[in-house]
Design a binder for this molecule. Structure first.
Ligand code: IMP
Length: 180
């Protein structure tokens, strides 16, 4: 059954303004350098697509797919690579971009894995941060919004595969977003 959304948490206009700011900040920090942007499929695709158009830098774009959720809504801590990078990151400036950091278990695993490949710089950018749910420490270099402990969907984020296409970020009705 498709879960229901109940209210808008962050509007498309607010997202657009913040994504522009993040792009400007990243452009300043990496001025004069090249950047490899690594999006995490599938949740980050809308965010990455908007963010890279605010980067005034020469960039490459790559994607990884990892699984820790299936279609339920809590992290198992068990992370699998479904798709690895196409490009080597050794000696390169890498910016990992994700939609949301929740427990942090997925990103902890991914960042540990990527750092063993010896990038020159490895930074993390997330659109949303739910700090109250963190189970492991993960340094976030660029953060769009800090949000409360609610399950959200829209702007690339899904609930059971639904709602990635919504332009705003919505809170999902808890009774319909069953936490495993
Ligand atoms: P973590 O390992 O618990 O930090 O989970 C990270 C992943 O869980 C994200 O990349 C999302 O795919 C998913 N996730 C966590 N919270 C939400 C949410 O509120 N809405 C949609 N997906 C979420």
């Amino acid at each position: 059954m498709r879960p229901e959304v109940e209210s808008v948490l962050i509007t498309a206009d607010d997202i657009a303004a913040r994504v522009k700011e993040l792009g400007e900040e990243i452009s300043r920090d990496f001025r004069g350098a090249e950047l490899l942007v690594v999006g995490i499929l599938k949740g980050s695709v809308v965010f990455v697509a908007d963010l890279i158009r605010h980067l005034k830098l020469p960039i490459h774009l790559d994607f990884v797919a990892v699984s820790s959720y299936g279609t339920s809504t809590t992290s198992s801590g068990v992370v699998r690579f479904l798709k690895d990078l196409d490009e080597s990151i050794e000696g390169r400036n890498v910016l990992v971009v994700d939609d949301i950091i929740d427990t942090g278990l997925t990103l902890r695993y991914l960042l540990d894995n990527l750092s063993r490949r010896q990038p020159a710089v490895l930074k993390l950018c997330v659109l949303l941060d739910k700090p109250s749910r963190r189970k492991t420490e993960v340094p976030v270099d660029y953060r769009g919004f800090t949000i409360p402990d609610a399950f959200v969907a829209g702007y690339g984020l899904d609930c059971g595969g639904w709602y990635r296409n919504l332009p705003d970020i919505w809170v999902v009705k808890t009774a319909t977003a069953v936490r495993a």
